[in-house]
Design a protein around this ligand. Structure first.
Ligand code: ADP
Length: 638
């Protein structure tokens, strides 16, 4: 290919769709194009600094990294230029012509495309930065040269954002990227330097790089017209690393703006913790809790982590070493004096400095959340709705902080009977009945299956609160969290019901042995007709309104767990349910006197199937169940 060869290429299909969505969704807030492009330039400077650590030649004797913004009113253009890392031809084509990012599909699925405000918040989460240019521009020209390449390796890229772009090589002396936006007719507003300055202050004050613009007050003492005046420029942002300032000097808006920059979020954060540590180790941490869960919260391999700076020099994004998995949604900055500038990800893997920053940072987040839960329950509720299920991974992952995490947990319970998870274990324990020593819970496939389970009948009657668990992670949580403030957790769907001293022992023992005698034969018959579909058939005192329920042995997988594992594609050894009958229920009393064997089989079938349905199981042969149910109804109806 000759150096200047021009190509016309098509955007990837994703880009076309995305361009439309972006233009549509950001229409009401076009000014953010500037923030997005500045942010890209700032990232490009960070990349140069990082690569420059090992290859100083990349600076090309021009070490002062900056961003320039200029306006050409006559041609109706705004130009954003940087002397960062730049791009070569392949990079320009790949970065601006396709979307290589995995989140794009998820993005398209989530977005409504109706221009709703939630759409623009979503766009923030997906970082579609560059394309926001087309909200204000009908033509965009990018000139770029990668640091360290020859002057003739410059690249020229141009597109009106309608399906195609042109690309060719050009000479470019200045390293870095220059983006020229030809503004749409109705976007004249952005030709006004004062307006542009306002936007810079609003969004990009905290960018560590100086952002330069031509001075507003043009020299008036110009001697004669023939003299060309080089316009003087000035820095229009604060250009300091916010986290290095004392807390008292930082306004909330500044904290918010920095958050939006580093998290690529459109919304303010929910809370933050800013700490400077001096003494044995020296570092600053600024940690943010977002308001909303990112689209890839459940992708455990997805991007997580904090920005790492060493002595204010940017080292890397997404340094996952500072946060455990269950806090993967935390965003922020760690700036330390205790690591070398050439630190690599490998070094970070096992490093004492990192370990101590990590454990202190986790404690800070836990304190922040504790404070939030005490002082702003509403905000905490918002937090829990977004991140609760992730926090539930905590007890398994972070043994040292298990108790603190347990205090942060919130649950739906039979006390509130609401789907919202709002009850803390402390609340639960404070409401325990006299003589109750266990924390009871039920796990089901969804909230309503839990709430309406027959297994709760006796608990409701005795006014004993039960945690209603239905998040996927709950089996994992209960497998690792065994007690809270001296009280053991007890599943109500596993093992025989033991209410301890909550039961009137004497009366129930007598009743029980009488029932055992009366029903011995019936239980045997039911077991015989069900065969190996059940492990055992026995009586229970946990039911008041329902005739039957199924439970599982305490050392076996529950039905819910089996279904979850199957759904995840794992093979599960089958654990058989135990069918429990309520000896005081009319149906059970009726079959006690059933002499016809085939009818007995039908009754047994009916009891087991309805118990399985209530438990959340799918019947192997639903049509047969319906048929048999109808036959019984017809018979009873006479
Ligand atoms: P994002 O910034 O979220 O990755 P963008 O669409 O804004 O998405 O940019 C795509 C890619 O283009 C960036 O990841 C970066 O590699 C490259 N890029 C954009 N702007 C610049 C720039 N000013 N200098 C160098 N590379 C850039």
């Amino acid at each position: 290919m000759t150096v200047a060869q021009q190509e016309t290429l098509s955007f990837g299909a994703d880009v076309n769709q995305l361009l439309e969505l972006v233009a549509h969704s950001l229409y009401s807030n076009p000014e953010i194009f500037l923030r997005e492009l500045i942010s890209n330039s700032s990232d490009a400077a960070d990349k140069l600094r990082y690569e420059g650590l090992t290859d100083a030649a990349l600076y090309e004797n021009d070490p002062d990294l900056k961003i320039w913004i200029s306006v050409d009113k006559d041609n109706r253009t705004v130009t954003i230029r940087d002397n960062g890392i730049g791009m070569n031809r392949e990079e320009v084509i790949a970065n601006l012509g396709t979307i290589a990012k995995s989140g794009t599909r998820a993005f398209k699925e989530k977005i409504s495309g109706n221009g709703e405000s939630s759409d623009s918040q979503l766009i923030g989460q997906f970082g579609v930065g560059f394309y926001s240019a087309y909200v204000v521009a009908d033509n965009v020209i990018v000139r770029s040269r990668r640091a360290g390449t020859q002057f003739d390796q410059g690249v020229y890229w141009e597109s009106n954002g309608k399906g195609e772009f042109n690309v060719k090589n050009v000479d470019k002396k200045l390293r870095g990227t220059e983006i020229t936006l030809h503004l749409k007719k109705e976007m004249d507003d952005y030709l006004d330097p004062i307006r542009l300055r306002e936007i810079v202050t609003k969004y990009s004050d905290h960018i560590v790089l100086p952002i330069m613009m031509e001075k507003l007050d043009k020299p008036s003492d110009k001697k004669d017209d023939s003299e060309t005046v080089v316009p003087e420029e000035e820095v229009v942002n604060q250009a300091n690393a916010l986290w290095t300032l004392p807390k008292s000097e930082i306004k909330d808006e500044q904290y918010n703006a920095l958050y939006k920059h580093i998290a690529h979020d459109f919304e303010d954060p929910l809370a933050w913790a800013h700490n400077k540590v001096e003494g044995k180790s020296e570092y600053t941490s600024l940690l943010y809790v977002p308001k909303r869960a990112p689209f890839d919260l459940w992708n455990r391999e997805g991007i997580r982590g904090l920005k790492l700076y060493v002595k204010r020099v940017f080292i890397m994004d997404d340094a996952e070493h500072f946060m455990p998995m269950y806090l993967r949604f935390i965003k922020g900055v760690i700036d330390t004096n205790d690591l070398p500038l050439n630190v690599s990800r490998e070094i970070l893997q096992s490093n004492k400095v990192i370990d101590s920053i990590k454990s202190a940072s986790v404690k800070r987040i836990l304190s922040l959340l504790e404070e939030l839960s005490e002082k702003s329950p509403e905000k905490y509720a918002e937090f829990w709705t977004a991140f609760g299920p992730v926090i539930k991974e905590g007890p398994a992952e972070d043994f040292a902080n298990k108790d603190r995490i347990a205090n942060l947990l919130r649950f739906a319970t039979t006390h509130t009977d609401e789907q919202t998870q709002s009850v803390s274990l402390k609340d639960y324990v404070s409401r325990m009945q006299k003589g109750q020593d266990k924390i009871y819970y039920i796990i089901a496939d969804n909230f309503f299956a839990a709430k309406n389970s027959p297994l709760l009948e006796v608990f409701r009657k005795k006014n004993i609160e039960v945690l209603l668990l239905s998040d996927r992670v709950d089996e994992w949580l209960t497998a690792h969290l065994h007690e809270f403030s001296g009280h053991k957790f007890q599943s109500v769907s596993q093992g025989a019901l033991d209410l301890g001293s909550l039961e009137d022992k004497k009366e129930s023992e007598e009743k029980k042995s009488q029932f055992e005698k009366d029903f011995k034969e019936t239980l045997d018959q039911v077991k015989k007709s069900l065969g190996d579909r059940v492990k055992e058939v026995r009586l229970t005192n946990r039911l008041t309104d329902s005739p039957a329920c199924v439970v599982f042995d305490s050392n076996e997988l529950t039905g819910h767990m089996q279904r979850m594992l199957k759904a995840a594609g794992q093979s599960v050894g089958e654990s058989k349910p135990i069918l429990e009958l309520n000896p005081e229920h009319a149906i059970v009393l009726k079959i006690k006197h059933e002499s016809d064997e085939s009818r007995m089989t039908r009754w047994s079938d009916l009891l087991l199937n309805q118990a399985l349905l209530a438990e959340g199981e799918q019947l192997e042969n639903p049509a047969a169940f319906v048929k048999s149910l109808n036959a019984l109804v017809m018979e009873l109806a006479g």
